[in-house]
Each structure stands twice: as structure tokens, then as C-alpha cells.
Design a protein around this ligand. Structure first.
Ligand code: FAD
Ligand code: MG
Length: 304
């Protein structure tokens, strides 16, 4: 009995991994998807900005994509976390080049795709975490419109929050809550004023209700929604285990890839939030489409 060798193991079966899987399934390749089911947007009940799916439940988008992918006979799926991955010496183009450990079982493949996403590191403000994706957000395009031009609070995390501060007035009257995160210089103050942004210097004590911000000086400001800056970290340590080259995105590290999404380790590809600085469902799907084609091309080239 020979062990089963998949053409590609995809770790991460959300938008990016599903999209890559679809390309590979349609090339009649054998694919195993390993997915823990912790999508980055699982805190939100509506997803916006993805053609034909605007306003739909993000879980429903992923579930429909999964059902369509699983209709292909060459695709297998395991619902669990991949613990570790390693590179093997590939003797010939048909041999396994990678081994992935899952709950005491080892799966082998010729190529590997990391579509593992990132984790948001939320600001440590009382009451913020339970409201993430509900009334506290990071993406104006995803959630700004639904606030119906009501009052918006931007919680500064660093000077990078200037970006939020200057954008959000397009979605509603904006208050920039400095929260001692940085001290805007004259040029920044002028830019905020030109956009009609109100500045609030009293530090934040807690968030309660829908989006009520209690300030250190005793006042409470109520908003239709809040925007906060979250740093990110790779959701899986597998990139580090494999020694992949990372690069610094504006909010955290991402896996470095070439234009066809191959990483610094030949045969290992990465796509979606884990491997690009700008994040959205549409971009993850596009990135996965590219990675699927890149993986297929790599398989055709034989041993790595
Ligand atoms: P993810 O969707 O994060 O999926 C990664 C998958 O990999 C997960 O299922 C995870 O469990 C799995 N995984 C990770 N490590 C392992 C492992 N070791 N083993 C097995 N599985 C693993 N974008 C929009 O376009 N519109 C929106 O409205 C929108 N709303 C958002 C709301 C919130 C609150 C947040 C935080 C983000 C939102 N986004 C939105 C951004 C969007 O969620 C991401 O861009 C998108 O999910 C990225 O897709 P992905 O497939 O790269 O990663
Ligand atoms: Mg959303």
C-alpha cells in the first residue's frame, strides 16, 4: 500500500484557500483542505463590498463556496487545525515534498498552500473586544456605509490612525479620540480640521452600550460606530516553522511571495490576508485564484 500523496495541501479553507482550491479542482488535481474554521470576519454578521454577495452573512459566503468546491471529486477536507508542516526531500516529481501533521495523522503532498489568514490584536480598552465587528470596526469600506451618516468615533492607536481620521468624515461627522496614542503636529491638526474632524484629548475609560465612550473627565460620547486600529499577527506559526521570509506590512508581518504567490521556500505558496497587506474578501478570493494557477504551474514543472 502506498500512502496517499495529494497534489496540494491547502491549510486554511476560508475565502483565499477556497478560491485556490477551486482552480486546482478544475485542473483535476487532488487537493486536501485543512481548516480550523476561525475566519477573521467571524465577529461580523454582514459582509460588504464583494460582488454579488453584498450584505450577506460572511459565514454563508464561505459555506456556499465550500459546498461548490466539495462537489469536485478530487477534493478532500478535514475540519481541524494543522499543527505542523515540514519540507521533505522530494526524490522525483511524483514523490511527496511536504508533510503536514494533524491530530496525530500525517498527510503528504507535492505542494503546500498557506491561506491561514491573520489575527487581529485588539486595543486593550474595556468593552472593545465584545463589540468588535458589531459596533467597533477597522474597515470603513466594510462598515462605514451602514452607519447611515451617524456620528463616528475614531480611536487613535498610533500616528497610523491619521488615515482613519481623514477618511471617516466621508461616512459621518467624525470625532478623533486621541486616547494619548500620539500627539498630532500642526500639519496633522490642520489636515484633520480641513476634514471637519473634532478632536477629543480626554483618554478613554471604557466602551459600553452600542458605542458609548466614557472619557477620563467624566463625559460620555455616543456614536453610531467606532473605528479602531488593530495590529495583526499571522494566525498560524507554520510560516515560521518552515522558515519562510516575512515582510512588514503596515499593521504586522505578512508572508513574502512572488507575483504568482510562491514564498521563499520553493513549492510553498501563500495567499489571502496572510500574504498581502490590504485585506478584503474580494482581494483574498483574487489572491487565491492567482495562487491556484501558480500552484498548478509549479506542479507541471515537476520536482522542486
Ligand atoms: P481568513 O478568512 O481569516 O481565513 C483563514 C482560515 O485559515 C480560517 O478558517 C482559519 O481557521 C484557518 N487556519 C489558520 N491557521 C490554521 C491552521 N494551522 N490549521 C487549519 N486552519 C487554519 N472584508 C470584506 O471584504 N468585507 C467585509 O465586510 C469585511 N468585514 C470584516 C469584519 C471584521 C470584523 C474583520 C476583522 C474583517 C473583515 N473583513 C471584511 C476582512 C476579511 O475578513 C478578510 O480579508 C478575509 O477573511 C481574508 O480571507 P482569508 O481566506 O485570507 O483569511
Ligand atoms: Mg463585515
Amino acid at each position: 500500500m502506498h500512502e496517499r500523496i495529494y497534489d496540494v495541501i491547502i491549510i486554511g479553507g476560508s475565502y483565499a484557500g477556497l478560491s485556490a482550491g477551486l482552480q486546482l479542482a478544475r485542473a483535476r488535481r487532488n487537493v486536501l483542505v485543512i481548516d480550523e474554521g476561525l475566519r477573521r470576519n467571524r465577529f461580523a454578521s454582514h459582509s460588504h463590498g464583494f460582488l454579488t454577495q453584498d450584505g450577506k452573512d460572511p459565514a454563508a459566503i464561505a459555506a456556499e463556496a465550500r459546498a461548490q468546491l466539495m462537489a469536485y471529486p478530487t477534493v478532500a477536507w478535514v475540519d481541524t487545525r494543522a499543527e505542523a508542516a515540514q519540507r521533505l526531500d522530494q526524490a522525483c516529481s511524483d514523490a511527496a515534498a511536504f508533510k503536514v501533521d494533524v491530530d496525530g495523522t500525517a498527510y503528504s503532498s507535492r505542494r503546500l498552500l498557506l491561506a491561514t489568514g491573520v489575527r487581529d490584536i485588539l486595543p486593550d480598552i474595556e468593552g472593545l473586544a465584545p463589540r468588535w465587528g458589531k459596533s467597533v470596526f477597522h474597515c470603513p469600506y466594510c462598515h462605514g456605509y451602514a452607519l447611515n451618516q451617524g456620528p463616528i468615533g475614531v480611536i487613535a492607536g498610533s500616528v497610523l490612525s491619521m488615515h482613519h481620521g481623514l477618511m471617516l468624515p466621508d461616512w459621518g461627522p467624525t470625532t478623533f479620540l486621541l486616547n494619548n496614542a500620539f500627539d498630532p503636529d500642526q500639519e496633522q491638526l490642520t489636515a484633520l480640521a480641513a476634514r471637519g474632524v473634532r478632536l477629543e484629548r480626554s483618554p478613554i475609560k471604557a466602551i459600553s452600550g452600542h458605542a458609548d465612550v466614557a472619557l477620563g473627565d467624566g463625559r460620555t460620547l455616543s456614536f453610531a460606530g467606532l473605528f479602531a486600529l488593530a495590529a495583526t499577527e499571522l494566525a498560524s506559526p507554520i510560516a515560521d516553522q518552515l522558515g519562510l521570509t516575512l515582510e512588514e506590512g503596515p499593521l504586522g508581518p505578512i508572508i513574502k511571495t512572488d507575483p504568482m504567490k510562491e514564498t521563499s521556500l520553493p513549492g510553498v505558496f501563500a495567499c489571502g490576508d496572510a500574504a498581502r497587506a490590504m485585506a478584503s474578501v474580494a482581494l483574498a478570493v483574487g489572491d487565491g485564484n492567482l495562487a491556484g494557477a501558480g500552484l498548478h504551474r509549479s506542479l507541471l514543472s515537476g520536482a522542486i
